[in-house]
Design a protein. Structure first.
Length: 216
């Protein structure tokens, strides 16, 4: 808002001084016309500079924008066994019994070019699956695996639409898979967000922060 106000003020003032310069030159008042013209030029340049700064700030805000995809709460039910409750942004919840040391969420991501981001097109996604995973590869091979599909109901599927109409979407940048994983712990609460570059997960409470802090 501040930069918008500056752009408007400088631009209007520059236009007024420009008109004044034209009138003075028309009346053969050369010195006054030159001074008004120079003032108009400075004000217009200031307006352009403010517009460029505002555009850069908007670019950063849009490209660093994150949208919530859900929250995960864990409760230990046994040795390397957890109950995970996934809460979607809509408030809908789903529970999963996961085995292992860590949890992982996978998604398909639709990323737009920077131009599309600037005009309001945010990265679209579809959560694909949630699974338990083991820290050691040997356990990943030998221990039981738990994997569940994640397809929230009543969601438009941008992935399928993008595949179907990609030739009509020149501002579409990429379609790719993204995943995030962190350790499971009793009482741990995590948030999952989608940025312009894919999935991001962060701890939300002390139990989750402690689990991440001791993770190796």
């Amino acid at each position: 808002m501040i930069f918008t106000a500056l752009i408007v003020v400088f631009a209007l003032a520059g236009i007024l001084f420009l008109f004044a310069a034209v009138r003075r030159l028309h009346r053969r008042r050369i010195l006054g016309g030159v001074l008004n013209g120079a003032t108009a030029l400075v004000l217009i340049l200031l307006s352009v500079c403010a517009a460029l700064i505002a555009a850069n700030l908007r670019t950063y805000q849009r490209l660093s924008f994150e949208q919530p995809a859900g929250e995960l709460q864990f409760a230990r039910t046994g040795e390397r066994e957890f109950n995970a409750v996934l809460t979607y942004p809509s408030g809908e919840t789903a529970s999963f019994a996961l085995r292992g040391d860590e949890w992982q969420v996978d998604a398909r991501v639709l990323k737009w070019h920077a131009f599309a981001n600037l005009v309001g097109f945010d990265t679209a996604y579809r959560l694909e699956r949630i699974s338990g995973r083991y820290t050691r590869v040997e356990d990943e091979i030998a221990q039981p695996r738990t994997v569940y599909a994640l397809n929230p109901p009543q969601r438009i599927d941008p992935w399928d639409l993008a595949h179907r109409y990609r030739s009509w979407l020149p501002w579409l940048d990429a379609l790719y898979g993204s995943a995030t994983f962190l350790p499971m712990a009793d009482g741990a609460l995590y948030e999952i967000k989608v940025s312009q570059s894919g999935l991001i997960a962060r701890p939300l409470n002390q139990a989750a922060r402690a689990a991440v802090g001791s993770w190796h």
